[in-house]
Design a binder for this molecule. Structure first.
Ligand SMILES: [Zn+2]
Length: 333
C-alpha cells in the first residue's frame, strides 16, 4: 500500500513537476531577474552614469543544468546569477560569453569558482585582447591610479577590471567557438552563431529555436553601439545575419528586449549612423539622426548618455584616421 502511494505520488510529480518551470517566475523575480520565455530569465545589466556597465545576462534551463549567457562585471550582478541557480536547485552547466568585454565576462571568475566543471564557450578573440586592448587598458589604468587621477566610485570599478585581467584564466574558454552551428549545450538543442570582426574580433550569439529567443550580445547595444573595439562594416554585416534568423524576441547586450520591428529600427539607425559618419555632416547631426531613428529604443532618460557616448564614438572611432579606424577589421581567418 505504502509502495503504491509512493508510486502514485511519483506519478503526480512527473506530471506536475514537468509542467512547472524551475525556478518559478516568483523565484526568478526574487533573484532580481525577469522571465522572458518559458525557462529563460533575463538579469538586466546596470549602466549607471559615471560607473562601468554590466552587460545583460540570460539564464536558460537545460536538461543537464543551467546555461548562463554572459556573466556581468560587478560582484552584485554575478551574485544574482548564483542566487538564481541556488533557487532553481540546478547547477550551472555552461557559460557562453558573447565576447570578451569585461562587462560580459568578469563574472566568469565567481561562477567558475562555484562550478569548477562548467563548460565555457567563447571565441578565441580573448587571447588577442589579453595581449592587446586589455593589456593596454591595464597599463593606462595603473598610470592613472599612480597619478591619483581616478576617484571612487570609478576607482573600485577600475581595480576590479585590473584584477580580472591579472587573473585572466577564467576568461579562457574550455570550448572555442569559431563558426556557427546547431549543437546541444547542456543537453538543449540550440543554434550558436559566430560573427568575426564585428563588435569585437569574435562575437558569439545564441538562438533558441524552441522559444525563438535570440541573444545578440553587444551586436545590439543601447543607448548606442559601443564601438571601442569594433569593425563598423563587419558589425553592419553581422546585423544583416541576425536579421535572417526567425526570432521573435531579441535580447541585446545592453538595454531592454525588443521584437522584430524594434530590431529593424536598430538596424536602420546603425546603418544611418555609419553613413552619416562617413559623410561631411557635423557629428551633432549624426547623433541627432541616431536618436531620431532609434526612437523609443532609447528612452528619454538615456538620451543624454547616448549623446555623450556618440560624441566620442563618431569623432574618435568612426572618423579616426583610416589606419586607426580599420585596425579591428582584420581579414577573417
Ligand atoms: Zn557590453
Amino acid at each position: 500500500m505504502r509502495v503504491l502511494a509512493m508510486a502514485a505520488m511519483a506519478a503526480v510529480c512527473v506530471a506536475a513537476c514537468a509542467a512547472a518551470p524551475k525556478p518559478s517566475a516568483e523565484q526568478v523575480r526574487a533573484a532580481g531577474g525577469v522571465p522572458i520565455a518559458p525557462g529563460i530569465a533575463l538579469f538586466r545589466g546596470d549602466f549607471v552614469p559615471g560607473r562601468q556597465p554590466d552587460g545583460n545576462s540570460i539564464v536558460l534551463q537545460a536538461p543537464d543544468g543551467l546555461i548562463v549567457f554572459d556573466t556581468g562585471r560587478h560582484r552584485e550582478h554575478t551574485q544574482r546569477l548564483l542566487d538564481h541557480a541556488r533557487a532553481s536547485g540546478e547547477g550551472i552547466a555552461a557559460i557562453i560569453n558573447s565576447h570578451w568585454h569585461l562587462d560580459h565576462s568578469s563574472g566568469n571568475r565567481m561562477l567558475r569558482r562555484a562550478y569548477p566543471d562548467v563548460e565555457v564557450l567563447a571565441s578565441d578573440a580573448v587571447n588577442g585582447a589579453l595581449t592587446g586592448f586589455l593589456a593596454d587598458s591595464r597599463r593606462q589604468a595603473q598610470a592613472m591610479i599612480d597619478r591619483g587621477a581616478i576617484a571612487e566610485p570609478q576607482l573600485s570599478d577600475v581595480r576590479g577590471d585590473m584584477e580580472t585581467i591579472a587573473e585572466h584564466d577564467s576568461l579562457i574558454p574550455t570550448r572555442v567557438v569559431e563558426h556557427g552551428e546547431e549543437r546541444e549545450i547542456a543537453g538543449r538543442r540550440m543554434r550558436i552563431g559566430f560573427s568575426a570582426n564585428a563588435a569585437t574580433a569574435g562575437d558569439v550569439w545564441l538562438f533558441d529555436p524552441a522559444t525563438k529567443v535570440l541573444l545578440a550580445g553587444d551586436l545590439v547595444t543601447l543607448p548606442a553601439p559601443f564601438l571601442d573595439t569594433a569593425c563598423p562594416a563587419g558589425w553592419r554585416d553581422a546585423l544583416a545575419a541576425l536579421d535572417a534568423i526567425d526570432f521573435k524576441i531579441l535580447v541585446p547586450g545592453h538595454g531592454a528586449p525588443m521584437d522584430r520591428a524594434g530590431f529593424g529600427q536598430y538596424r536602420v539607425a546603425f546603418d544611418h549612423l555609419l553613413a552619416c559618419a562617413n559623410g561631411n555632416d557635423e557629428a551633432a547631426l549624426c547623433i541627432d539622426g541616431w536618436l531620431r531613428d532609434a526612437g523609443t529604443l532609447v528612452p528619454a532618460s538615456q538620451q543624454e548618455q547616448a549623446r555623450r557616448l556618440l560624441d566620442y564614438y563618431v569623432v574618435q572611432v568612426l572618423r579616426a584616421p583610416p589606419e586607426r579606424r580599420g585596425r579591428y577589421c582584420k581579414a577573417a581567418a
